[in-house]
Design a protein around this ligand. Structure first.
Ligand code: F6R
Length: 614
């Protein structure tokens, strides 16, 4: 997830670009950069890398330019391909520095395209997937009537969800954008035309906005905008206005970041999964271990994590053991380091962490390395401490998560860990390459199912109104439904401050059932995973204690609920992938309960987004 802005027309200036980037910083801040198409000096590029300080540095450097700007493009980066360094900062150029590009999303086939370009003598100055687009346009431009024709030919070769914006030295004032399943909007104030990843970037400049449909190009000049298909057929553009304040616009009109991030889950998961597996079923890690053969000799996996990340790790245990037959141990990071974990060089220790900075998990990773284990970090922040420490890295590509309660990073972690499980099964010879590919293809279908589940938003709000006044909540599940139950309870506790517990459904009768009465609400995760019937038997035990029952189940099973109970229908998936959709109604329920109580869902009391103390 990155932020893009572009401007052409009388208002084009450094200030418009950097102000827009400031409002897009929520999309990433690993680096910031702009290219100005100037009247007297052609292209001028300014870039800075340094986390939240990037934009300040860019503003002071580029702010010193006082010449005439014809058009400009800008970018704030959330690193995916290539570290958060200056040379990976956008905009990127082609070899001749006649094409400049900013890009959001992932070019899934960039490796093969890059090889082709390298063979053709192109020289790359970054590790990004973005740069291949600039070089491909460079190749195409001499054979094309104009820049937009060249961009159209190149866009047809790209695989993956992305939006990008290009300027060419030969066409001053022309900006060409392309959109495919990544946000981009057009805006105008009549004398300037803008493109941006999100409305807030241009809200105080533009009064009229236009949506760009997926798979379309947009061409801006100082005089107006055109939308075109990739076959160069004009598409009508429909304008709309917005009545958001700047503050609400930063959250794209959502009331807070948590709700926005819940709705970003399909995109976060898609970016995490896309283009990660070769045709013969090998996982493309972000940082490979020095010797991948070592993974073939792994005889134990140890997963260490805290909180929500720990719940993602629990799901991974089921998958890794099922597909690889390797035993998996799971530990809360703060416990791992203070016992005597049995770990050696044939153990793969996987640290799962959104931030990559959680002190306990970092310390566990250190401990694992001291014990001679092989290590892998699964985290969301490129260049974080864990990513730097581990032998190998697999990034979730969920974009920055602002809400303290983790949502989109959790489902992305599960997606990433599923790929890890498949990779281990592949290198251990437990699955054939084709079996891995088939499962990966099923995994790629999950984001669309997540989109379906988001349609439950209003139903979960109604449920929160109905049960928000209850005194106690229990979440029960078995097999992979158990970590979903734990996560449902944690989300509710974190932001509503109501007592909530997650239980393995079969364990209820060994104690917790004593707590059940008519004032308790029990959520049963009863999708068609391995132990569906058994979970439903446990629901009978709950009914006998007069507690309210909410069943999360699959279509066709609606009749399992009795009068007065609630059935929440979520799409049926491969049993091991089900947690990625089953958990989402529970996130929404927690959110609505918290809102109903007047709590700040983004900043729950007593909690911090990143816990860097022991
Ligand atoms: C819960 C939550 C926390 C984190 C935990 C680990 O919503 O966000 O439980 O999961 O503090 O943080 P990371 O994943 O950054 O290591």
């Amino acid at each position: 997830m990155c932020g893009i802005i572009a401007v052409t027309g009388s208002g084009a200036s450094v200030e418009i670009l950097t102000t827009g980037l400031r409002r897009l910083e929520y999309r990433g801040y690993d680096s910031a950069g702009i290219v100005l198409h100037t009247r007297d000096d052609g292209f001028l590029r300014f870039r800075a890398a340094g986390g939240t300080k990037s934009l300040v540095a860019l503003e002071s450097e580029a702010g010193a330019f006082h010449g005439e700007v014809i058009a400009g493009i800008g970018h704030t980066r959330w690193a995916t391909h290539g570290g958060p360094t200056l040379f990976n900062a956008h905009p990127h150029f082609d070899c001749g520095e006649n094409i400049a590009i900013v890009h959001n999303g992932i070019v899934e086939n960039f490796r093969e395209l890059k090889e082709e370009l390298l063979a053709g003598g192109h020289v790359f100055s970054s590790e990004t997937d973005t740069e291949v687009i600039a070089h491909l346009i460079e190749v195409q431009l001499p054979f094309s009537p104009s820049l937009v024709d060249a961009v159209a030919s190149v866009a047809k070769r790209m695989r993956g969800a992305m939006s990008f914006v290009v300027v060419g030295a030969s066409e001053p004032g022309v900006i060409v954008g392309f959109k495919r399943m990544a946000p981009m909007v057009v805006g105008t104030d009549g004398s300037s035309w803008f493109l941006a990843s999100d409305i807030p970037a241009i809200l105080d400049r533009a009064g009229t906005f236009f949506q760009i449909e997926d798979e379309n190009l947009v061409v801006l000049t100082p005089k107006g905008a055109r939308m075109l298909t990739l076959d160069m057929v004009d598409v009508p553009m429909e304008s709309f206005g917005v009545d958001w304040t700047l503050e609400s616009a930063e959250r794209s009109g959502f009331d807070d970041f948590m709700s926005k991030e819940i709705f970003e889950q399909p995109a976060a998961l898609r970016d995490t999964l896309a283009g990660r597996m070769t045709r013969d079923g090998l996982l493309l890690l972000d940082e490979q271990p020095s010797d991948l053969d070592l993974w073939a000799r792994v005889d134990k996996v140890f997963i260490v994590a805290c909180g929500t990340s720990f719940h993602a790790g629990m799901v991974a245990k089921y998958a890794i053991e099922h597909w690889t037959k390797i035993p998996v141990e799971l530990d809360i990071s703060s416990e791992f380091r203070y016992r005597d974990p049995v770990v050696d060089e044939r153990t793969l220790v996987v640290a799962v962490s959104q931030s990559g900075e959680t002190l306990d998990t970092l310390a566990a990773l250190h401990e694992a390395r001291n014990l001679g284990a092989q290590t892998l970090a699964v985290c969301n922040v490129v260049g974080s401490s864990m990513a730097r420490l581990a032998d190998a890295v697999l990034y979730t590509r969920a974009g920055p998560e602002v809400g303290v309660a983790a949502t989109k990073t959790h489902t992305s972690q599960i997606g990433a860990l599923m790929m890890l499980a498949l990779q281990l099964a592949r290198v251990k010879g437990q699955l054939y390459p084709q079996e891995v590919r088939d499962l990966y293809d099923q995994l790629l279908a999950v984001p669309a199912k997540v989109t379906e589940v988001l349609g439950l938003w209003d139903q979960m709000r109604d449920l929160a109104v109905r049960y928000g006044g209850c005194s106690r909540f229990y979440f029960i599940g078995r097999h992979v439904g158990y970590p979903v139950a734990l996560e449902g309870a944690l989300k509710l506790k974190e932001i509503s401050y109501l007592p909530a517990e997650g239980y393995p459904a079969g364990e209820l009768k060994h104690g917790a059932i004593a707590m059940l009465d008519a004032d308790a609400v029990v959520f049963a995760i009863a999708t068609r995973t391995r132990l569906y019937e058994k979970v439903m038997s446990n629901v009978e035990e709950v009914r006998a204690r007069n507690s309210a029952v909410v069943v999360i189940g699959n279509p066709g099973d609606e009749s399992v609920v009795s009068t007065g109970e609630t059935f929440i229908s979520v799409p049926r998936l491969h049993p091991l992938f089900a947690p990625m959709v089953d958990v989402i109604p529970l996130q929404m329920f927690a959110y609505h309960v918290a809102r109903g109580l007047g709590n700040d869902a983004d900043r729950p009391r007593n909690l911090a987004k990143t816990v860097t103390v022991e």
